[in-house]
Design a protein around this ligand. Sequence first.
Ligand SMILES: Cc1ncc(COP(=O)(O)O)c(C=O)c1O
Length: 371
Amino acid sequence: MNPVQLVDLKAQHSEIRREIDAAIREVFDSGAFVLGPHVERFEKDLAAATGAKHAIGVNSGTDALLIALEVVRHRAGAGEVVTSPFTFFATAEAVLLAGHELRFADIDPESFNLSPAATRAAAGRRTVAVMPVHLYGRCADVDALRLPGAALVEDAAQAIGATYRGRQAGTLGDLAGFSFYVTKNLGAVGDAGAVTTGDADAAALVRSLRAHGEVRSEGSRTYHYERIGRNSRLDAIQAAVLRVKLGRLDAWQARRAEHAAFYDEAFAGIDGVVPPSPPPDGRHAYHQYVIRCARREDLKAHLAREGIQTNVFYPQPLHLQPALGAFGFREGQFPEAEKASAEVLALPVHAHLSAGDRERVATAVRSFYVG
Ligand SMILES: Cc1ncc(COP(=O)(O)O)c(C=O)c1O
């Protein structure tokens, strides 16, 4: 039997192969490989799709967060940034690389996102930003996470297409960082990312910071540098591919939501499985469909024997990572993040999953618990 994959890029690309080929050829013929008109077109489309006033392409989601937090540093100085310990490592890395101090607050066990009460408790006078992570594609409760005097920077790496109270991820804070890593709901053919913001001055600063701190004049080089930036320019080929895929995103999201609804129904009432709870006030993007489950390692092994790929995002919370050992975090400090790390399992939910395959997944999970 064919394996059921967590991500099926071959199937995705075969749906759009011709358009991708044409888009790449156009970039080749133009000779504009870094920034330039293809990137500008993608930025415009991304802004329209997310509802953000400004979208600025950069070369990864990590850089998007890092540059967003550098904007905060330029405006408010370096200070504390409160974020989640239950996320991909880059979230914390960006805080530190941007020159801030890292503060974790525990998660809410139902949403897996930053707990507003814990965030308020972790914040202090030196807090310059709160950075919620819209984990798995479910928006954090950003209205409750807004703290007076602190910027709100969304880690929207996993959340393109998610909504919260009628607004889209990427427009919920002062700045947001998206990742277009290959396996994301909107994935490049390499690394790519973007910052979105509603603030024109912040957007100009991001444009400068992604290109060595240069201040360009109507897009043209000036070789005049006002600040220390970095090289985080988006490649035109990535932008052209992303633009093609952006045109498919709504349809692909709808398929993810269908799969999720199917699983929700299939898992209801199974003792040992807690399906992801739907957000009360918005749309989940289902970048991952993640259950909490009893006897996780045994379930994972059972599914692997049935040819079903799964994964654990993330098996070790960030406060217990050796790389952050110097900060003195302790085991037991963020118990909900630790519990989640021990219990979560991501099941295949990608847009190109067939009805037969999702049925196989549901049957295999059921047979593990119910027999
Ligand atoms: C929550 C989160 N933050 C940040 C990143 C970093 O994005 P990238 O891999 O594009 O640098 C990712 C993606 O991998 C992510 O999932």
